[in-house]
Write a protein that binds this ligand. Structure first.
Ligand SMILES: Cc1ncc(COP(=O)(O)O)c(C=O)c1O
Length: 411
């Protein structure tokens, strides 16, 4: 007999990342950390494998009075957080639009509210073939589906043709569309849309929106990794203004990676609405969703972020720390790209961020073969994901050759 409803019957313990991470931990115990490449975890580690935590963040958090940590926050978020998170999100690239923020527990909460409030039950969400798996989970959890376009064209750049084709099908069928774009520093490939690609996309949305003035286009930009992308990674933001009224750009801001607040559950859903009415409607529905899901977010985390961003000296020290870590990540990424080229291993276009991906057949088998070399990567549907956030530059250099050999062995 089943006690949960049919729609909520789920398989238990199937998260592949945790299963492989457990294997890597076992190998580390047996062979020592220096002999194991544990490239599974999506959190920034230093070269010794310890979690990076920003001093400015934790000094600020720990200096808060107990009551500022303990107490509830306002349902929509502390007012000063809602102000300062806009700066954290846009910095000096604020779009000239009606901006409103609502606090959420991480970027996940922001994605959840977007799915729940901007699509109908049974609708499908437009996502690329290479994507962060929880998009599917969030869609399913909320009784929605997903629809795939091909992320890359033959040149390894954004596949606008596939995007347009799949977009049009869904848009006409549903009478509205939600498109989630994880850029810059996409998980799992590290791909970032360039400014020309953004302009082409925006032109496409404008054309579609003007031809279908009664059909909403919602674009959610998932910027979870933006603070680890190159200078100029926010240049696309001002382009998301002066749009037809039926296009609504939203941003899923996450403090998990950029502020090393993973478990503190801090983020925001931010709109750049074309009108004040649409911004009001956005805030009302997202605040209501907060009340009806997790109630309110982590007060101490909101206060910490806003205290840092509002204080020029603190913010400068924080950005310095963030930039140092961004540089560490950049060196690992460069090493991976360089070694892949050297051994002739094709990889997905990598620009920035925590991950890169290697397209291959039989990813699960390749990943399993690599266990013999004490290399632990995540097998995706269409390839392998390397979490360069979790391993040193020296270890990154070893991965491409080993992967190439494993792929060839299985041919
Ligand atoms: C692509 C992507 N989006 C959003 C998130 C949201 O993370 P969080 O809810 O911890 O902010 C993550 C975290 O792994 C991610 O990889």
């Amino acid at each position: 007999m089943r006690m949960v409803i049919e729609d909520s019957v789920r398989e238990a313990g199937t998260d592949p990342i945790f299963a492989v991470a457990a294997k890597a931990a076992e190998a580390t115990e047996k062979y020592g950390a220096e002999n194991v490449i544990n490239s599974t975890i999506g959190a920034l580690m230093d070269d010794e494998g310890a979690l990076v935590t920003f001093d400015e963040v934790f000094n600020t958090l720990k200096a808060l009075p107990d009551s500022e940590i303990s107490n509830y926050a306002d349902i929509g978020g502390l007012p000063e957080f809602l102000e300062n998170v806009q700066t954290a999100c846009f910095r000096d690239k604020r779009p000239k639009a009606h901006i409103r923020a609502v606090a959420t527990p991480g970027g996940t909460g922001a994605i959840r509210h977007t799915v729940a409030n901007y699509t109908n039950y049974g609708d499908e969400i437009l996502i690329p073939d290479w994507h962060w798996a929880p998009y599917q989970t969030i869609a399913q959890e909320n009784r929605r589906g997903f629809h795939i376009f091909k992320l890359f064209n033959d040149e390894g750049r954004f596949n606008l043709e596939s995007y347009e084709e799949e977009f049009k099908k869904l848009y006409q069928k549903q009478g509205r569309i939600l498109s989630i774009l994880n850029t810059p520093a996409h998980n799992p490939t590290g791909f970032s849309l360039n400014l020309d690609e953004w302009k082409e996309l925006i032109d496409f949305w404008k054309k579609e929106a003007l031809e279908n003035p009664d059909k909403p286009i919602i674009v959610l930009v998932d910027i979870a990794y933006i603070d680890f992308a190159k200078e100029g990674s926010r240049d696309f933001m001002p382009l998301l203004a002066d749009l037809p009224e039926n296009i609504l750009p939203l941003f899923a801001f996450s403090a998990s990676k950029g502020y090393t607040m993973y478990g503190l559950r801090n983020g925001a859903l931010i709109c750049a609405a074309p009108t004040e009415e649409i911004a009001d409607e956005f805030a009302a529905s997202a605040v209501f969703s907060n009340r009806g899901t997790w109630s309110n977010g982590t007060r101490g985390a909101m206060k910490t972020l806003s205290d840092i961003v509002a204080d020029e000296e603190k913010y400068a020290r924080f950005l310095e720390e963030q930039n140092q870590n961004r540089d560490m990540l950049r060196k690992r990424g460069d090493a991976l790209v360089e070694e892949s080229e050297k051994v002739g291993l094709p990889i997905c276009s990598y620009d920035d961020g925590f991950f890169m991906s290697i397209p291959c057949d039989k990813p699960k088998e390749v990943a399993e073969l690599l266990y013999d070399d004490n290399i632990f990567l995540i097998a995706l549907k269409n390839g392998l994901r390397v979490a360069l956030c979790a391993v040193s530059e020296e270890k990154c250099r070893k991965i491409p050759k080993a992967v190439k050999e494993a792929i060839e062995k299985l041919k």
